[in-house]
Design a protein around this ligand. Structure first.
Ligand code: PLP
Length: 402
């Protein structure tokens, strides 16, 4: 392990070398079935040929010019995103956190330019994750991401998803600016919010002029079997939306999508990014978009998700001492465990399977949207071996194991 890297990650003992589709190869020859995919980021798996060729073709032409020039790939991707969503305009950044940051800034600016600068309150939810910038950690409010970083930013507050009375009262405050929510919580443990909840929050925002921000950094871009997760629910649209991860298929890019109304305050000079939307990112993201938005890909997500979840539910029923629930939407799947999820991830690795952790002691599966039924079956075989090994380990008395 390198001592020269800032010690903010607890890294798995795998030195990665190359990837292909659903498979990740380590330098020591081990091959893993990768259901993490850079945490829902390689939406089309590792090194998809269309993305490799888009990137290499662009690399020979032009890398970077900054946003002082027109960038055709940016205009083209913005057109694709707006034609396929509620949005009228798009701002490109480099990450999910930056997309969230832009949405939060746009929300406050909207009220400010509409004569209500006192409307600064941003309401988030327990179990959410919006990234690691100051605004993002304040929006999610997770104490472990705020500790030691000085005072919390003013105007951020969190509520329990289930406490609709408190949410309602907050949205009715004269200082309410925006609600930020993930339609399917990712890091929080693959928790899908239901239609009635999202519809009610949309109504409350409409009643009060509060803006609604959907964070679809993890659950968007095809992950749930629709291009965007909220599109499962007719008419439940946000005013602003953060997208990243699978948007670039593994290349760093993020986007803040906005309705014309919500973008009113975002005029020349109020926001920007040096790298955001550069030609390399736009070439890869443009190619990724075409494949992800294709009905064939979205249908595959729905089909493989149903297949995988059925097999996982059956597995969980046979191992009630190990796992209790299968949840999530599309190919954002969570398995809630009885035993420790961090230990389970390590045991899964020993069985050639990569899975991610999640809140509420879940393990998460966020595979390529192109995962096949056969690969899903292989994942369940490896997870069953993992469960069996976990059961055996638990049966050995602690002093015998020592
Ligand atoms: C829902 C959600 N929002 C925002 C982020 C932050 O994205 P990034 O790490 O690219 O800044 C993440 C990252 O996991 C996420 O899952």
């Amino acid at each position: 392990m390198s001592n020269e890297l800032m010690a903010v990650y607890n890294r798995a003992p795998v030195e990665v070398e190359r990837g292909e589709g659903a498979w990740l190869h380590a330098a020591d020859g081990r091959v893993f079935l990768d259901l993490v995919q850079g945490i829902a980021t390689n939406g089309l798996g590792h090194t998809h040929p269309a993305l490799v060729s888009a990137l290499t073709a662009q690399a020979g032409k032009l890398w970077h010019v900054s946003n002082i020039f027109r960038i055709p790939g940016q205009e083209e991707l913005a057109r694709k995103l707006t034609q396929n969503s509620f949005a009228d305009v798009v701002f490109f950044g480099n990450s999910g956190s930056e997309a969230v940051e832009c949405a939060l800034k746009a929300a406050r600016r909207y009220h400010s330019v509409n004569g209500a600068p006192e409307r600064i309150d941003i309401f988030g939810f327990a179990g959410s994750f919006h990234g690691r910038t100051y605004a993002a950690v304040n929006a999610s409010g997770n104490p472990s991401y705020l500790d030691g970083f000085g005072p919390c930013l003013p105007g951020y507050e969190q509520f329990l998803v289930d406490d609709m009375d408190a949410i309602e009262a907050a949205i009715h405050r004269p200082t309410a600016a925006a609600v930020i929510v993930e339609p399917v919580q990712g890091e929080g443990g693959a928790r899908a919010l239901d239609e009635a909840w999202l519809r009610r929050v949309r109504e409350l925002c409409d009643e009060t002029g509060t803006l609604l921000i959907f964070d679809e950094v993890q659950c968007g871009m095809g992950r749930t079997g629709k291009l965007f997760a909220h599109q499962w629910f007719e008419g439940v649209e946000p005013d602003l939306m953060a997208v990243a991860k699978a948007l670039g298929g593994g290349f760093p890019v993020g986007a803040c999508l906005a309705s014309a109304k919500a973008a009113q305050g975002m005029i020349v000079g109020v926001h920007g990014s040096t790298f955001g939307g550069n030609p390399l990112a736009m070439a890869v993201a443009g190619a990724a978009f075409d494949i992800i938005a294709a009905e064939e890909t979205l249908a595959n997500v729905r089909d493989v998700s149903a297949h995988l979840k059925a097999a996982l539910s059956e597995l969980v029923a046979r191992y009630p001492d190990i796992a209790v629930d299968v949840r999530g939407k599309g190919l954002l799947v969570g398995v809630k465990l009885v035993t420790n999820n961090r230990e389970m991830m390590a045991i899964a690795r020993d069985h050639g399977l990569l899975i991610a952790g999640g809140g509420e002691n879940c393990v998460r599966m966020l595979p390529s949207l192109l995962l096949t039924r056969e690969e899903a079956d292989e994942a369940v075989v490896r997870l069953e071996a993992t469960f069996a090994a976990t059961r055996t380990k638990a049966a050995v008395p602690a002093d015998a194991a020592a």
